[in-house]
Design a protein around this ligand. Structure first.
Ligand SMILES: O=C(O)CCC(=O)C(=O)O
Ligand SMILES: [Fe+2]
Length: 221
């Protein structure tokens, strides 16, 4: 069944159809969650304003990263300033992310009890030189889901989400390019190592990502 764009932007069946991998940790490549032309429209309307650069150099304690972020949802509340700048379709996505149906579908796929977890969501733009070092998302996240909004992304532009066998980053189990229609569910644990390869200088687009976390109640503060 395909859901209609206006009422429910997600095809929740895409989550239900997906078989998660369990090696080297529990994760899933989800396809087709944004039905019909919705994904294309969301890509065209991906936010451009209000992003804040966050960075930390590699080797200064903890993971290194450099990304530009726009907070969309904090502690299960849409961020008013961001909401104002979003198109109606993107506001529909925010509603869906906060819906019990989405939560139930992610709980089923991940095997995690998400009762009491809060939702955090942000749009992330990765320009040339942006990356995230290997990390697990472990500290406070029950489940992470990412969606990608690029079309015609070339492999030589870097920017792949790398599913890793360990912290060194040497053993890449799977690379996911940021192509429209691709989405990844990660279930954080001691083993859930992943990274984002640096976007290269050749890239003709910024890597556009929607990042959602279910945050454990004890960590939400
Ligand atoms: O952008 C991505 O593909 C993943 C980002 C990520 O792993 C993170 O922000 O923790
Ligand atoms: Fe992560």
């Amino acid at each position: 069944m395909t859901t209609t764009v206006d009422n429910a932007p997600f095809d929740y069946d895409a989550l239900a159809r997906t078989e998660p991998a369990t090696d080297p940790f529990r994760w899933a490549l989800v396809r087709g969650m944004l039905p019909g032309a919705l994904g294309t429209r969301l890509a065209e309307e991906f936010p451009t304003e209000g992003f804040t650069l966050t960075e930390r150099a590699t080797g200064t304690g903890g993971k290194g990263y450099s990304t530009r972020n726009l907070k969309l949802v904090e502690r299960s509340e849409p961020v008013p300033a961001a909401l104002e700048s979003l198109t109606p379709r993107w506001r529909g996505v925010i509603d869906a992310l906060l819906s019990p149906r989405y939560r139930a579908a992610v709980a089923a796929l991940s095997g995690r009890d998400l009762t009491g977890c809060t939702v955090e969501a942000r749009a992330v733009r990765y320009g040339a030189g942006s990356w995230i070092d290997p990390h697990t998302d472990r500290a406070d996240k029950a489940v992470t889901q990412t969606w990608y909004f690029n079309s015609g992304w070339l492999p030589e532009w870097g920017g792949a989400l790398c599913i890793l066998a360990g912290p060194s980053g040497d053993e890449v189990v799977r690379q996911v390019r940021p192509d429209l229609g691709e989405s990844v569910v990660l279930v954080p644990s001691d083993a859930s190592w992943h990274s984002v390869a640096a976007v290269t200088d050749e890239a003709r687009q910024e890597r556009q990502t929607l990042l959602v976390h279910f945050v454990r109640p004890e960590a939400a503060g």
